[in-house]
Design a protein around this ligand. Structure first.
Ligand code: ZN
Length: 335
């Protein structure tokens, strides 16, 4: 879609207008703008943070003790503990782009306008969905509000819907934990569950008691690979890949006439890798199957394995093909 290319162009332009050094300066971290500096993201006694310019002219940062690495957007995301989508919008705003087309309106602020100064950002955040209300989620009241809002949003609203609802709730828990930068306490897990159970009760299976649901809920966050909000990344990649002409798909080394199926799935991996700043990324075979019409998840699983055999991707960790099973972790190997 045109909007997608548009966004990419905007980001490229924003990186020219507000490269990482200036961004760090703006955020009061100009002193960390060195080849070797103390990391702004963790309590760093020995300098383990580095800012550098790649051969492509793009700026990158990296923390060698594991806080991560990436570009300007990833920097903001990490610094403010926000989603990639939010970081992108804020970054574009800071670089002087007034508007960003929202991709998923219900996960986005109502107002598409983004202010260019951090002071005015605050009032816009209040338009965000309840999960994102909790920025920076420093006080317990805000966290509790976010937990209850998530419980309400994911309450079971029809008979037979409890499994799906609990799964969504667990994905929210993951997103909230990520934002808060810590695991939820047992007490906080109970706040979200109690509220969910209270609101879902009319639709729950009468044969199961509260304890069964509680155990089901507590077992889930450990299985979640894609927290709420990060779905955006996969949808974005799928959308972009579906618009690519055959001539734009990656060429499989040594197999110039490789089937389109293989090349389109390779394009999906390429795009996910790009969106995740060259890091590993998670992808289920069910999501892989969405890259082509009429593609089954079994066939998609085979294509992923074939691409690994062909050294197009590396399977970092094997997932689980069952519905809601863990997605596999991959790394894209082509340049
Ligand atoms: Zn660090």
């Amino acid at each position: 879609m045109e909007g997608n290319n548009n966004l990419r162009e905007k980001i490229d332009e924003a990186k020219r207008l507000l490269p990482l050094p200036q961004l760090m300066e703006k955020e009061g971290l100009g002193d960390r703008m060195k080849k070797t500096a103390r990391c702004p993201f963790h309590d760093d006694e020995h300098p383990s943070f580095s800012v550098f310019q790649g051969a492509d002219g793009c700026w990158r940062w990296k923390c060698f003790t594991g806080c991560g690495e990436g570009d300007e957007i990833m920097f903001l995301r990490k610094l403010k503990a926000i989603s990639l989508t939010e970081a992108m919008s804020i970054y574009l705003g800071m670089a002087g782009f007034p508007t960003v087309a929202p991709r998923k309106p219900h996960e986005y602020p109502q107002s598409p306008k983004f202010p260019s100064s951090p002071e005015t950002l605050k009032c816009h955040e209040s338009h965000m969905s309840p999960v994102f209300l909790v920025y920076p989620m420093s006080n317990g009241q805000e966290l509790e509000k976010a937990l209850k809002a998530s419980a309400a949003r994911n309450a079971c609203k029809q008979h037979g819907g409890e499994k799906k609802a609990l799964w969504q709730l667990a994905r929210d828990v993951k997103a909230i934990q990520k934002k808060a930068g810590r695991k939820l306490s047992n007490g906080e897990m109970m706040v979200i569950f109690d509220e969910w159970h209270r609101l879902s009760r009319p639709f729950l299976d009468a044969r199961e008691n509260r304890e069964d649901y509680l155990a089901g809920f507590l077992a889930k966050p450990g299985k979640v690979r894609i927290p709420t909000g990060e779905r955006d990344t996969i949808n974005k990649a799928l959308e972009r890949v579906s618009k690519l002409a055959v001539s734009e798909l990656p060429v499989i080394p040594g197999i110039p006439d490789a089937p389109e199926k293989l090349r389109r799935v390779a394009a999906l991996h390429c795009e996910l890798s790009r969106l995740c700043s060259g890091n590993g990324y998670f992808l289920s075979c069910r999501d892989t199957a969405k890259a082509l019409p009429g593609f089954t998840h079994q066939a998609a699983d085979n294509v992923n394995r074939a691409l690994a055999q062909l050294d197009v991707i590396e399977i970092v960790r094997v997932g689980d093909a069952r519905p809601n099973g863990k997605a596999s972790k991959y790394r894209y190997l082509l340049p």
